[in-house]
Design a protein around this ligand. Structure first.
Ligand code: SF4
Length: 125
């Protein structure tokens, strides 16, 4: 009976640590009205709401490269994109094969999945 009560209990608050800056404020988000508490600044409020409604992440990975000093080149999205696109993005990058030289910051894929983010090289190679 006790277990059932716990399972059926509605989650009304979610706790998380804000990762926007090194202060790492402990946020509490009310799941009913998305009110954020525990944040020291507005960026924390935005982060907390976004984590509940549409979490965003900078995606990092590697792609194959020919004639470079290594066989794979580190790449990332230029800005954070929806976390839901992470797997799709990694799959897309599996089919990319570059030729050296590539410059740090060079766009590998522009406007990936219409997000406004580019996939860019993280180093010269
Ligand atoms: S709430 Fe503001 S001060 Fe606190 S960790 Fe987030 S960004 Fe930093």
């Amino acid at each position: 009976m006790m277990d059932k009560e716990i399972i059926n209990k509605k989650i009304t608050k979610k706790e998380m640590i804000c990762i926007v800056c090194p202060m790492g404020c402990h946020l509490t988000i009310d799941m009913d009205n998305l009110e954020v508490t525990g944040n020291t600044c507005e960026r924390g409020e935005k982060y907390g709401k976004e984590e509940i409604t549409n979490p965003m992440r900078v995606i990092t990975s590697t792609v194959r490269i020919e004639s470079g000093i290594h066989k794979r080149l580190p790449v990332k999205t230029s800005i954070a994109i929806s976390k839901d696109l992470n797997f799709k993005c990694i799959k897309l990058l599996e089919n990319i094969k570059l030729n050296s030289p590539v410059r740090s910051g060079q766009i590998i894929i522009a406007n990936v999945f219409d997000t406004g983010a580019n996939i860019v090289a993280c180093r010269d190679m």
